[in-house]
Design a protein around this ligand. Structure first.
Ligand code: NAD
Length: 303
């Protein structure tokens, strides 16, 4: 085991079940002191009890590891602040944050009510924001931090009936993109994982035969790599069933249309060329993308 978390402190949200539980067990097995956060609600985010988090703490302690339970609801900024205070009082630092807590309220946009849309955005996006904000200055002062967002293929590629979930899961990627830049100076690396695994979240949405092949234990190694000392930053890894891919936003090669020709019709005529992915490229940040556009415009205007 060359990837270790000795003397590191990790907070894993939603660690009472599913993927979060296995991430927490993995961190503890490699030496981390782990805060097991879970508000213990149902899949749709209703209800709540401290039982799920306490069970995982017991499991870690029984294996000789160190863990404490925390029942904060990640959508409550005060409870999140108290969770980080509890972590600092108990362990004195926070090195790793895995934003994993999640709920589902699937409905098409025409059928969904706004409360169900909001609840999903609150947990996935605002929960990640509140938790990251609460540890950010601690990580900056330490000059060390690893933050993982939990995204989803649903957000990255779209899924019927999940507009709330997809919007939130793509939003955490935007959050990661900006934070990976803001964190660089203080060695804070921010990544995202798009998992696929059999959990209570997927047990009735994926076929039985598929569920047997996709265990949370096959996702956790990617999560642990993405919060390890030598982790990359601003990386999205998709992980499921032992298969891994990197996902990235790409831009096609720039196409210039002169002011004289510029019209919606010119866009229609050039659309196939603009949307030609054969020379697609990624950019380090938004400035690089904007600069590429402007440089192309200047080059073409001068030609
Ligand atoms: P899960 O339901 O087994 O676990 C989610 C945990 O989050 C639960 O224990 C729940 O109590 C906790 N939680 C929910 N809302 C919370 C809140 N407000 N505060 C604190 N804890 C809260 O689901 P899972 O499949 O393990 O999902 C984990 C993460 O992975 C989620 O973000 C989910 O969207 C994401 N994800 C899972 C899959 C998959 O295939 N299982 C696919 C894509 C993304």
């Amino acid at each position: 085991m060359t990837i270790r978390f000795d003397n590191r402190v990790a907070i894993v949200t939603g660690a009472g079940n599913g993927l979060g539980r296995v991430h927490a067990l993995g961190l503890a097995a490699r030496g981390a002191k782990v805060v097991i956060n879970d508000f213990g609600g149902a899949r749709d985010g209703k209800g709540g009890s401290s039982e799920a988090a306490l069970k995982v703490v017991e499991e870690i302690r029984a294996a000789g590891g160190t863990a404490i339970a925390n029942g904060a609801n990640v959508t409550d900024v005060e409870q999140v602040r108290a969770m980080v205070e509890q972590t600092m009082a108990e362990f004195g630092r926070v090195d790793v944050l895995i934003n994993n807590a999640g709920i589902l309220r699937d409905k098409t946009l025409s059928k969904i009510d706004m409360a169900d849309f909001q609840a999903v955005v609150d947990v996935h996006l605002m929960g990640s924001v509140y938790c990251t904000k609460a540890v950010w200055d601690i990580m900056r002062e330490q000059n060390y931090g690893r933050v993982l967002m939990t995204s989803s293929a649903s957000g990255l590629f779209g899924n019927f009936g999940q507009s709330n979930y997809a919007a939130a899961k793509m939003a955490v990627v935007g959050f990661m993109n900006a934070l990976s830049l803001e964190g660089k100076k203080n060695d804070i690396r921010v990544n995202a994982i798009a998992p696929v695994a059999a959990t209570r979240m997927t047990n009735d949405v994926l076929p039985e035969a598929m569920l047997e092949r996709i265990k949370p234990e096959q996702v956790t190694p990617a999560a642990l790599f993405l919060v390890s000392e030598n982790a990359p930053t601003k990386t999205i890894l998709s992980a499921g069933g032992g298969v891994f891919t990197a996902t990235q936003l790409m831009d096609t090669a720039p196409v210039y249309i002169s002011d004289k020709e510029l019209s919606p019709e010119a866009l229609e005529a050039n659309f196939a060329k603009i949307a030609d992915w054969s020379n697609a490229r990624a950019y380090a940040d938004s400035n690089a993308q904007v600069q590429a556009l402007i440089e192309e415009a200047i080059k073409c205007m001068q030609a």
